[in-house]
Design a binder for this molecule. Sequence first.
Ligand code: D41
Length: 695
Amino acid sequence: MTDSLLPTTSQKDTSEKTIINDIANNDAIIVQMRVFIDALKTHNNAYYVLDNPILEDSEYDQLRRSLMELEEAYPDLMQPDSPINQVGDTPLSAFTQVTHDIQMLSLGNVFEYDDLRDFMRRVNDRLSVAQQNPEYEMELKLDGLAVSLKYVHGKFVQAVTRGDGQTGEDITQNAKTIRNLPLWLAAAADIELLEVRGEVLMPKAGFERLNRLAQENEDKTFANPRNAAAGSLRQLDPAVAASRPLAFYGYSINQGLPDTIDTQSGALAWLKDIGFTVSAVEVVQNPREAQAYYESVIEARAELPFEIDGTVIKVNSLALQQQLGFLSREPRWATAYKFPAETVMTRLQSIEWQVGRTGQITPVGKLEPVKVGGVTVSNVTLHNFGEIQRLDVRAGDMVSVHRAGDVIPKVTRVWHDQRPADSEPVILPSTCPVCDSPVVLPEDEALARCTGGLFCPAQQQEALIHFVSRRAMDIDGLGERWLIGFFNHGLVKTVADIYQLHNHQDELITLEKLGEKSVQNIIAAIEASKHTTLSRFIYALGIRGVGETTAQNLAQQFGDLDILMAADIEALLLTPDVGAITAELAYKFFRAPHNIEVITALREAGVYWDKVEQKAPSDLPLDGQTWVITGALASMARDEAKAKLQALGAKVSGSISAKTTALLAGEKAGSKLTKAEKLGVKIVAEEEFLAMVGE
Ligand code: D41
């Protein structure tokens, strides 16, 4: 494509006709160079800033090569903003310190609406009556590094880090490699000195790519995009910096501002016009509008291509900014309105032990309440005793607590150097904190357990909650809070008592302060739940080790509750997906007098199910097939997939052979996949499997 533009005659030919031809030809070459440059810039922006590439790598390389060939053939015509130059010079041995012409201010910050209002009030206090309640401009607070750029007559000449605000480091060579940083500003050719300040950051996608690459090469990875950006800017070798996906976003003009511009929003619009990238801004008139912008940014945060840690609010009028000035290096006319911190330090006051439905004893940390990620947190999960040992945490320790989005808060760090002298190691309780029964920690399990069973009130409560839950008896009119209220008042002790509640309607009204209508709704929901399926009923009983799929398999295998209850361990073991441990747990469950009593009471109260249509093994769709599972499944644990396959009649084996019918392959499937391919075994992806099992 470029061949026709390459020189065909000697450039030194000076006959008049040739000169005229050359001028015409030069124009054509410049036009062609501009086409390549603009295409490369558009692509660079799409790739590095928006993370939405528009060209294939090969197309991009072709474009670069074409431009390079033209520049080599016509060095005199090289365009000052050619991205070909943007690859970095020779390595430096150190960065030069540069004093800023005008000091780089820092930003104060607020975290809450009330503090934002205080900030705006303080601004008002320094303005005349006529100037009160000025307009504000709001921006994203990009989580990068502040730098100052200088352009002399439109040409990029220097980039300096913020440093201490007075003096920073000359990072010009590295800044040149930032793809969306303009090296030439045609629109600023008449401006003797233009200083633009802004933030250098690494977009999330580029950061992830970089870390993935580092991992593959067993190099050190970066903790977050900000560190990665900082590390890249401080690269002494610009070639390395050039390989890092950095972006520059302008946020202020500190020298050379055209005098037709009188607002911050106008300044950013102009920066955008002349070729800079700026982030989305909004002009607001009052605190409520500012709050609405802040909240909309929180909403959009996860979708943004880069990390932000809040918003920045600035008085929009540049004249008022001037008038307000600054105090101890912070402008009085701007502040950061930051997002709540997601990691904070607080004291772990105590560790309590909670008892779950099947007796599992889990430690819960009680904290001195703190705000994390915008909500007050006073409890953290510590998972299990092993986690306490891993963290080496004790009551009284200072801890870092992390909470992001909707995740459950957790301890990410223990500050051992601040440990109180009198603290003592945590010990696992030897008896249940609720019922005093002995606690056991089975050798191969992470969780300690109360041996009290349904004698333990904590387990009774949890058993009730499980029983009414959606996938069990599905009594959706009976919420957890009410259920626990009934339990605490002694109206409901066992799950069978739920079906006697209709005899206690007056007490529900007097003790629980429920309205008549609510009581009727609850009673109706309970009544409706009586018609169920055998598998739901088995699941609702809450037998340890018997999840939904196992309950389905037991219902299918035995077809009848009485037969199931009478089954010995050998018979139970014939059920798909029931191993020795579950078989023993189920066997014991159906021999415990208390359990038999509850089951009898439930049936007498009128709980019933339709006859199970037992399929002969030969009717099952996967009868006679042997499956192997490999890799990580996204939608379920492997055990669950195994249970589902067995429920359909398949045998599940651990190794591939010529007899294998199919391989269910998840992510990162390794040697089994290779072997299956070699043997011509059918390979089933997770999606296909889910469709097969009807999910
Ligand atoms: O996005 C940012 N991180 C950002 C930082 C921004 N959008 N605006 C800023 N404005 C200023 C003033 C008001 C002083 C011109 C800033 C910063 N300063 C700043 N960044 C680092 C220190 C100060």
